[in-house]
Design a protein around this ligand. Structure first.
Ligand SMILES: Cc1ncc(COP(=O)(O)O)c(C=O)c1O
Length: 418
């Protein structure tokens, strides 16, 4: 039996209205009873977003300086993304990977172009649905080299599936799930001598973030990636660069690693690529692009045309609106403005573009993020003494300045003198 299309829409919107109308206490109660407790209790319930702002269920407006963890690069409810997604879903929402779609191929071509740059090296994409899955594909590529040893770094984060977790350092995340896929060695991040000592002709790959995001926006010394490229090339090992957090314009370049003009063997992307529509991509270059063949990997949703068109829309808007330049300019403004406060609780600001860590002189970052939320700003605390600021790439100078002006009050509320 079929019902009129209009009545279906009404039924769904009635359900949504009922869900919102329950009020925050009832929604939180429903959350705790029906959603697994992997993230702790939610701090707010959000119902709407526009540009750099989101509104909670109580109607309070917040400036989103975190972008859903470096995801909504174009801000919320972006018209171009909206019309691309709705246009695609109205035309063709999904086919299996027995088939191709024009959107999928167009995005693959754009991404391979961005990753290859001027190098002339051929590249190919495996589409996934998240950063973890993009890294899982990369992990499987490394196993196809015939070697198993992977060098990762202390403080690294690459995801929570068993493969991605195996190359993630944090013992708190790893230990409950051991044994993980083995033969992974963790060396100090940013240390070229340690790379020299660890990489040998048994090494399948070295995996590095250009900036360690989850570890508190830790920036390695200049030349680190170039050294990693030289060392891996000499050992016949793959260089796998995880740009899940740093990529797609976040640091003022399509890929943060392009700053060092290296050509990696594998690059993983996700987060900002779909502006909130789930998508991940594992891009392999040169010979590494041929290591996965039919049957060696797959995904039902990977390469879905709706996700692909979201990625194409994101790239088009970043180009059209010169958002790489805005990320650089606004990131510099933010860092300079916070440093100029000369606040005793601020040690320094690190990072690049719009991926910034404010390093505090005391472990009060969680208190500051809570105070920020109450004051209408969304930031987070990847470490007890670090605030992460990763706003949409469309952020304006006035919005940046409003946070800088409020920060002393948020720091002052911690009742600590440095
Ligand atoms: C560098 C890096 N890699 C991988 C991931 C995992 O991505 P996802 O949460 O989309 O699976 C993250 C998430 O924070 C990340 O920062």
């Amino acid at each position: 039996m079929t019902s009129a299309p209009g009545s279906d829409v009404t039924a769904v919107s009635d359900q949504l209205a009922a869900a919102r109308g329950r009020g925050s206490a009832a929604i939180l109660d429903g959350y705790s009873r029906s959603v697994m407790n992997t993230f702790g209790p939610p701090k707010r319930i959000f119902v709407r977003g526009e540009g750099c702002h989101v509104w909670d269920v109580e109607g309070s407006k917040h400036l989103d300086l975190l972008s859903g963890l470096a995801v909504t690069a174009l801000g919320h409810s972006h018209r171009t993304v909206l019309s691309a997604i709705t246009g695609q879903i109205a035309t063709l929402g999904h086919v299996s990977n027995f088939f191709a779609t024009p959107s999928q191929v167009a995005l693959a071509e754009r991404l391979t172009g961005l990753v290859s740059g001027d190098s002339g090296v051929d590249a190919k994409v495996f589409f996934a649905n998240s950063g973890t899955e993009a890294n899982e594909a990369a992990f499987k590529i490394t196993r196809q080299t015939g070697r198993t040893k992977i060098i990762s770094t202390v403080g690294s984060f690459h995801g929570r599936s068993m493969g991605a977790l195996a190359v993630t350092h944090n013992p708190k995340y790893r230990e409950p799930f051991e044994p993980l896929p083995g033969d992974v060695e963790f060396i100090p991040y940013g240390d070229v001598d340690a790379l020299h000592a660890a990489v040998d002709d048994r090494t399948a790959a070295v995996v590095l973030e250009p900036i360690q995001g989850e570890n508190g926006i830790v920036v390695p010394p200049d030349g680190y990636l170039t050294a990693a490229r030289d060392i891996t090339r000499r050992a016949g090992a793959l260089l796998w660069i995880d740009e899940v957090q740093t990529g797609m314009g976040r640091t003022g370049r399509w890929l943060d690693s392009s700053r060092e003009e290296i050509v990696p063997d594998v690059v993983t992307l996700a987060k900002g690529l779909g502006n909130g529509f789930p998508i991940g991509a594992c891009i392999a270059l040169g010979q590494a692009a041929a290591l996965l063949g039919p049957g060696s990997h797959g995904s039902t949703f990977g390469g879905n045309p709706v996700a692909a068109i979201a990625g194409l829309a994101v790239i088009a808007v970043i180009e059209r609106d010169h958002l790489l330049d805005n990320a650089t300019a606004m990131g510099d403004r933010l860092a300079a403005g916070i440093s100029a406060l000369d606040h005793p609780l601020v040690d320094h600001v690190r990072g690049r573009g719009l991926l910034r860590g404010v390093v505090l002189t005391a472990d009060v970052a969680t208190g500051v993020t809570d105070a920020a939320l109450d004051a209408g700003f969304i930031i987070n605390a990847p470490r007890p003494n670090v605030l992460r600021i990763a706003p949409p790439l469309i952020i304006t100078a006035d919005q940046i300045d409003s946070f800088i002006e409020t920060l002393p009050k948020l720091l002052g509320a911690q009742g600590v003198t440095a």
